[in-house]
Design a protein around this ligand. Structure first.
Ligand code: ADP
Ligand code: MG
Ligand code: ZN
Length: 479
């Protein structure tokens, strides 16, 4: 086959675990970490004849998500049984939604730096989680914990609108940011409260039809999603270049070997024999309920981002980074209350603070430097109490001790020298010690100014006010 340009086509299925106190169809607790099989009852253990009762909070949370992703909420939807046998599924079927999901036809906009793009949301539906199997590596024995059966999940299915692994990553980040703002899900991929399956195919650029897709599973971090997609796109392109055909299959990502392996082909795919669950009535949602939930929506990441641009005058990039998490956005706005120069605050948060937090593996909620302390530091610089250089020292001090910048400046005697006569004295000494450089400077080597500034700073341990140093130096050097 002749080489031509191919593009990937990607659609994502995300399972978000909802943070309700109780399970979706019974009153068992959803709290994590209890001894195995203690959060169970006849309903979530799938005993015959037990009747599920829908948790209203699950519906409310899903309505929130549907509104936040511009979906149409159906006034009537249905629960369906997805039938299959597996030891973690005691009923022999999972209660899910199939033909009539709670919400459809939505979208979210994602930011890609040099372009933004709209990704369609095909549908959102509710379902119950299955139990958790664990396998004893030493013996041929497996264990099942039913604490997880009946934990509410919300599945969000995207249109095949995504065109690169990076877009897939940003789509997921945006979705996670929304569920976190809404407070309906932890959004933790590593811990499995936010899971993603990725469907991917490739097609010749300009082709109308989609290619045959593979579904990738076991992607439990953003990094894995992007890596697995890159790998799969390359694999499919190579098959086509070699004249072969991509087969429809489910593939498992192996993050250690950095490759995927076939798990099952289309022929082996399950026929789930979906049918409406006769134990549950159709779910009816009226306009009043939708409006009542709409009232409770917080400012969403995309709205906050727009406001940060218009109200605080931030560049789009800064606004994007600062609104990615609610805690970061709040930290930023708390700083502004004390030090209302938005771009300076943004630079310090995105630069020094995020650098520090990354290095220590901490979230901004655990920052050793409070927003008040960071803002106060910026004030000290602005008022000329300390120089930019000394500010770095104070910043490090705050990071280590959590103390206020005033305290650190006082304790370490870091106040900037702004006394002109004191600076003059030091400058005269520096010039007397470096007569050759002074001659060179006067003969036109004005680049040496930096050298003199450096000498003065060295003598004052960086505490001399640089503006005054420059002015006095030029005066004394006669240029
Ligand atoms: P299934 O029920 O088998 O998972 P769906 O039709 O619900 O299949 O699609 C699941 C996901 O696959 C959706 O996110 C959709 O956008 C995506 N998808 C469908 N066809 C393709 C394709 N040819 N290439 C890439 N993704 C696709
Ligand atoms: Mg699927
Ligand atoms: Zn239960």
């Amino acid at each position: 086959m002749e080489k031509m340009e191919f593009e990937p086509v990607i659609g994502l299925e995300v399972h978000a675990q909802l943070k309700t106190d109780t399970k979706i169809f019974c009153n068992c607790s959803t709290s994590f970490g209890a001894p195995p099989n203690t959060h169970t009852c006849p309903v979530c253990l799938g005993m015959p004849g037990m009747l599920p009762v829908l948790n209203k909070k699950v519906v409310e949370y899903t309505i929130k998500m549907a509104l936040a992703t511009n979906c149409k909420i159906e006034h009537e939807s249905r629960f369906a049984r997805k039938n299959y046998f597996y030891p973690d599924l005691p009923k022999g079927y999972q209660i899910s939604q199939y033909e009539l999901p709670i919400a459809q036809f939505g979208y979210i906009d994602i930011e890609m730096g040099d372009y933004s793009k709209r990704v369609g949301i095909t549908r959102i539906h509710m379902e119950e989680d299955a139990g958790k199997l664990s396998h004893d590596p030493g013996r041929s024995i497996s264990f099942v914990d039913f604490n997880r059966t009946g934990i509410p999940l919300m599945e969000i299915v995207s249109e095949p609108d995504i065109r690169s692994p990076e877009e897939a990553g940003n789509y997921l980040r945006q979705l996670r940011s929304i569920v976190r703002y809404l407070g309906i899900c932890d959004g933790n991929m590593e811990e499995g409260s936010f899971r993603c399956d990725a469907n991917v195919s490739v097609r010749a650029i300009g082709a109308e039809q989609f290619g045959t897709r593979a579904e990738l599973k076991n992607l439990n971090s953003f990094k894995h999603v992007e890596k697995a997609l890159h790998y799969e796109i390359k694999r499919q392109k190579e098959i086509i270049f070699e004249g072969g055909k991509v087969v429809q299959e489910t593939r498992l990502w192996d993050p250690v070997a950095n490759r995927s392996m076939s798990m099952r082909s289309k022929e082996e795919a399950h026929d789930y024999r979906y049918f409406p669950d006769p134990d549950l009535l159709p779910l009816v949602i009226d306009e009043d309920w939708i409006e009542a939930v709409r009232e409770t929506l917080p400012e969403l990441p995309s709205e906050k981002k727009k406001r940060f641009i218009t109200e605080h005058g931030l560049p789009s990039y800064d606004a994007d980074v600062l609104t990615a998490s609610l805690a970061t956005a709040n930290y930023f706005e708390d700083c502004l209350k004390i030090f209302p120069e938005s771009k300076t605050v943004s630079n310090w948060i995105m630069g020094s603070l995020m650098g520090l937090l990354n290095a220590e593996g901490k979230a901004i909620e655990q920052s050793p430097i409070s927003s008040q302390n960071l803002a106060q530091l910026l004030r000290l610089i602005k008022e000329g109490v300390i120089s930019g250089k000394i500010a770095k020292v104070v910043f490090e001090g705050m990071a280590k001790t959590g103390k206020s910048p005033d305290k650190i400046v006082k304790e370490k005697g870091l106040v900037q020298v702004t006394d002109v006569s004191a600076i003059e004295e030091i400058i005269l000494k520096v010039l007397a010690d470096n007569t050759k450089e002074v001659d060179d400077y006067r003969n036109g080597k004005t680049r040496l100014l930096g050298f003199f500034v450096g000498q003065v700073m060295k003598k004052t341990k960086g505490k001399a006010n640089p503006k005054i140093v420059n002015e006095v130096l030029k005066e004394k050097l006669g240029k």
